[in-house]
Design a protein around this ligand. Structure first.
Ligand code: SAM
Length: 217
């Protein structure tokens, strides 16, 4: 299985633990270093990581991957590069694509509503090449000769006392300080977010994700 845009390798290591042979690739060396540490910690010999490079610059795969997994990669590539990637992958007979990416990103919202939270969500939306890439994926797959065999949209509505609250909570705390031009609204964001965290009636409707399985025709 190719894990394209594997990041720190959460999926690569979990699947390798279940016996899957993983080819891991990412453009960011620091993420690959984290993957390597996780691999060593768990004693996994069935993960091979490529040196950091753009996903479109990867060499021919050996052995042929039967599955290419992509979670939250295509939103950084945008339509044109995604199409090139799918065409590159379509060279491998019978390959299956497992895709997990954003769709309708700005529909995410905090209840009770907060203008500052919506501004932050808009800020993250603009940081990605196409945070609504999910809308374009079925047509791109069709053009590249893939047939969609399974699809669904998943979303999360997390209340402050739910375990799932930690996903947006950790995401915002980690990434808002790195978000460009976030100073004007980050204070208001955390005021509203922290108030919501104390409010048992609050909830966060998270960014919807389109999940697709597609097979080469
Ligand atoms: C949001 S992270 C997702 C990581 C991992 N797939 C996961 O779900 O945990 C996006 C990853 O895509 C990588 N990435 C983005 N654009 C890339 C490109 N053009 N070539 C290779 N990797 C890329 C980033 O370095 C980052 O590690």
């Amino acid at each position: 299985m190719l894990d394209a845009g594997c990041g720190p390798g959460f999926v690569s290591t979990d699947l390798a633990e279940q016996g899957v042979h993983v080819l891991a690739s990412d453009g960011d060396q620091k993420s690959l270093d984290v993957l390597d540490a996780r691999r060593q910690e768990r004693g996994l010999s069935n993960i091979r990581a490529y040196p950091a490079c753009d996903v479109l610059e990867l060499p021919e795969f050996e052995p042929n991957p039967t599955v290419a997994y992509m979670r939250w990669l295509l939103c950084y590539l945008g339509v044109e590069k995604t199409e090139t990637l799918f065409r590159n992958l379509s060279r491998y007979p019978g390959i299956r694509l497992l895709i997990h990416d954003f769709i309708n990103y700005r529909s995410a919202r905090l209840v009770p509503s907060s203008e500052a939270v919506q501004l932050v969500i808009g800020g993250f939306y603009r940081e990605m090449k196409d945070a609504d890439i999910g809308f374009a994926l079925p047509a791109i797959l069709e053009r590249c000769g893939f047939k969609i065999t399974w699809k669904r949209i998943v979303t999360l509505a997390a209340a402050p006392n739910d375990l799932e609250w930690s996903w947006p909570d950790e995401f915002f705390r980690l990434h808002i300080p790195r978000l460009k031009n976030s100073e004007p609204f980050s204070e208001a964001f955390f005021r509203d977010w922290n108030l919501a965290a104390e409010n048992p009636g609050a909830f966060f409707c998270a960014w919807p994700v389109l999940q697709l399985v597609a097979v080469k025709r």
